[in-house]
Design a protein around this ligand. Structure first.
Ligand SMILES: *[C@@H]1O[C@H](CO)[C@@H](O)[C@H](O)[C@H]1NC(C)=O
Ligand SMILES: *[C@@H]1O[C@H](CO)[C@@H](O)[C@H](O)[C@H]1NC(C)=O
Ligand SMILES: *[C@@H]1O[C@H](CO)[C@@H](O)[C@H](O)[C@H]1NC(C)=O
Ligand SMILES: *[C@@H]1O[C@H](CO)[C@@H](O)[C@H](O)[C@H]1NC(C)=O
Ligand SMILES: *[C@@H]1O[C@H](CO)[C@@H](O)[C@H](O)[C@H]1NC(C)=O
Ligand SMILES: *[C@@H]1O[C@H](CO)[C@@H](O)[C@H](O)[C@H]1NC(C)=O
Ligand SMILES: *[C@@H]1O[C@H](CO)[C@@H](O)[C@H](O)[C@H]1NC(C)=O
Ligand SMILES: *[C@@H]1O[C@H](CO)[C@@H](O)[C@H](O)[C@H]1NC(C)=O
Ligand SMILES: *[C@@H]1O[C@H](CO)[C@@H](O)[C@H](O)[C@H]1NC(C)=O
Ligand SMILES: *[C@@H]1O[C@H](CO)[C@@H](O)[C@H](O)[C@H]1NC(C)=O
Length: 465
């Protein structure tokens, strides 16, 4: 999130005191809740984006007017269906369509039993593929497609709900199950559940799925029963993240700063573009940081970019001494091989080797390693394996950590027992040699365009493609 966050503040006591009174008055004068019935859309509804709106066009509000479903303008010309937290303008959910549609009068959304976003002339961008009767936005921000009330049990049948398809955010009371994934807005990081843990994973290239944070259930209040079904997670309004196998008792409680402080206002948990998992608390005027899974910057998956070195207390520098850390990256080394080095013999040939002592792998308890008898044996096992991008040897333990994804940020330690070995593409390296080179052009978005010798332009695949 770009916004700056203040620390969590308590609501004023007057608010706490008067809220129940207002609710009580509403119960006496019943029509004051009647407008809740208006918070739904029926078959036949359709809408097109208004060209004069610059950020968000509401289509459906919840009964508390805290949340709104509508068109969200993305990158000025594109459109996404989203649920927003109205007071902060923060999107809590975005429909996951593979292609974004344009903010133009060719685009429309309609409800015909399915909620559909389409350009009727060309294609359907996104559809819930349901046969419901109405679209409802609940006061916890959950967007639901329901069947009409079934008189027998008086509860609506829910055919689809946005809570089952989270984007990068969970709000309080939302259940996150083992079949769901949170994905950071840049697509690089994801959160998933294991059989007894929460895991954060990085996609450093198309094949990699490196776990970098793992929170195992402590099982203090309840044990995980083997064969007792998958676990799920829920943000509790009392300021904690609970892990459950069944609803009787949580198998884990990860508490936030606001733990049991009975604050009013929304709590949300978000997987951020830097790979951290953070909880925020809406104080009424700003989001306060309430929790972060990774508090040490150097333990983030890639804080200094590729071929960067993060030293606790010092910050970012580069693995290669002859390059400088500037504008968030090290100029040497492309983030990725343009082709799979195992299938493209050319990319195997054009590497040079960078060695650096005093470096370590981050989140090393989650990294794959072999035990080798010497530094040479460790380097050799990487050198001969085309899917190895680098290795770090610990001379004291004999552990040889294998990096099987393009080199990201490593950890700086003063410990000379640890030595790193990294493969670098010669091609990427030319950038440093060529004095006329002014750095990569990232504006292409998905790729990294490199000017090589002035005439040839090569497009190297970027991260996460
Ligand atoms: C929803 O609330 C916004 C203010 O946040 C208001 O401008 C808009 O008219 C409302 N829309 C509907 C459909 O009620
Ligand atoms: C709703 O519209 C979509 C897109 O035009 C169409 O594929 C779908 O069959 C329609 N559904 C119903 C129930 O009519
Ligand atoms: C949300 O709606 C439910 C009923 O649908 C109600 O019990 C609850 O008090 C409401 N919560 C808020 C914060 O308005
Ligand atoms: C969005 O959809 C794509 C492909 O359908 C999927 O790979 C991705 O995980 C989805 N994202 C989220 C946040 O569910
Ligand atoms: C989450 O799951 C629990 C237990 O199944 C259920 O009681 C609760 O209503 C669910 N929350 C939401 C928002 O659906
Ligand atoms: C739920 O978990 C508790 C604590 O582990 C256990 O005692 C209970 O039998 C479980 N209930 C069900 C229905 O599995
Ligand atoms: C790089 O810097 C480190 C620490 O200052 C030093 O130990 C190492 O010898 C240098 N390597 C090169 C290739 O200059
Ligand atoms: C090469 O490295 C990959 C990834 O680290 C590993 O899965 C594979 O077993 C290694 N191959 C050999 C022959 O060691
Ligand atoms: C590695 O350890 C061996 C034996 O403990 C020692 O002789 C050697 O000097 C060490 N090498 C480095 C690079 O620290
Ligand atoms: C918006 O533009 C930026 C920079 O041009 C790009 O990196 C990003 O992927 C775009 N966002 C979407 C959702 O297309």
């Amino acid at each position: 999130m770009d916004r700056s966050f203040n620390s969590v503040t308590r609501p004023r006591w007057t608010q706490i005191l008067f809220l129940p009174i207002i609710s009580f008055l509403c119960m006496l004068t019943w029509p004051c809740t009647a407008d809740a019935a208006a918070q739904e859309l029926h078959k036949g509804f359709e809408a097109t984006p208004n060209p004069s709106i610059s950020s968000f066009q509401p289509l459906l509000n919840d009964s508390s007017d805290k949340f709104s479903f509508g068109f969200l303008r993305v990158n000025s010309t594109q459109l996404a269906l989203a649920v927003l937290h109205v007071p902060s303008g923060e999107p809590l959910w975005i429909a996951n369509s593979t292609t974004l549609s344009r903010w133009s009068d060719h685009t429309k959304t309609f409800f015909n039993g399915s909620l559909v976003l389409s350009d009727p002339r060309t294609r359907t961008f996104w559809s819930t593929q349901t046969q419901g009767d109405k679209l409802v936005l609940l006061n916890n921000s959950n967007l639901q497609i329901q069947k009409a009330l079934d008189n027998r049990n008086n509860v609506p049948t829910i055919l689809w709900q946005s809570f089952d398809h989270p984007t990068n955010t969970l709000v309080e009371t939302q259940n996150f199950t083992s079949t769901m994934t949170l994905v950071s807005s840049n697509g690089l990081y994801s959160m998933r559940l294991g059989n007894d843990f929460i895991g954060l994973y990085a996609k450093f290239d198309s094949d990699s799925d490196q776990i970098y944070w793992k929170h195992k259930a402590l099982q203090a209040r309840a044990q995980i029963v083997e064969g007792g079904g998958p676990i799920h997670v829920r943000v509790d309004p009392d300021g904690w993240l609970g892990m459950y196998q069944n609803e009787t008792a949580p198998v884990d409680v990860e508490s936030f700063n606001s733990f049991q402080r009975t604050l009013e206002g929304l709590l949300m948990v978000r997987l951020e573009p830097d790979g951290n998992l953070k909880a925020y608390y809406w104080s009424g005027s700003s989001w306060g940081l309430d929790y972060q899974a990774i508090s040490d910057t150097c333990e983030l998956p890639n804080p200094c970019g590729s071929y960067g070195l993060c030293t606790p207390g010092t910050g970012c520098s580069c693995l290669d001494n002859s390059t400088e850390f500037s504008s968030g990256e090290c100029s040497s080394g492309s983030p990725s091989y343009s082709n799979d080095p195992c299938t493209d013999p050319e990319s195997q040939n054009i590497i040079r080797v960078l060695r650096r002592e005093g470096v370590d792998v981050p989140f090393k308890e989650l990294m794959r390693y072999e035990t080798t008898s010497s530094l040479e044996a460790c380097e050799n096992s990487c050198e001969t394996n085309c899917s190895c991008y680098g290795s770090v040897y610990n001379n004291a333990s004999g552990f040889c950590y294998i990096l099987d994804y393009p080199i990201q940020t490593l950890l700086g330690t003063g410990d000379d027992n640890k030595a790193g070995y990294f493969k670098i593409r010669e091609e990427a390296d030319k950038k440093r040699m060529d004095p006329g080179f002014r750095g990569g052009d990232r504006s292409a978005g998905s790729g990294f365009v490199m000017f090589d010798g002035g005439n040839r332009v090569r497009k190297l695949q970027g991260l996460g493609e």
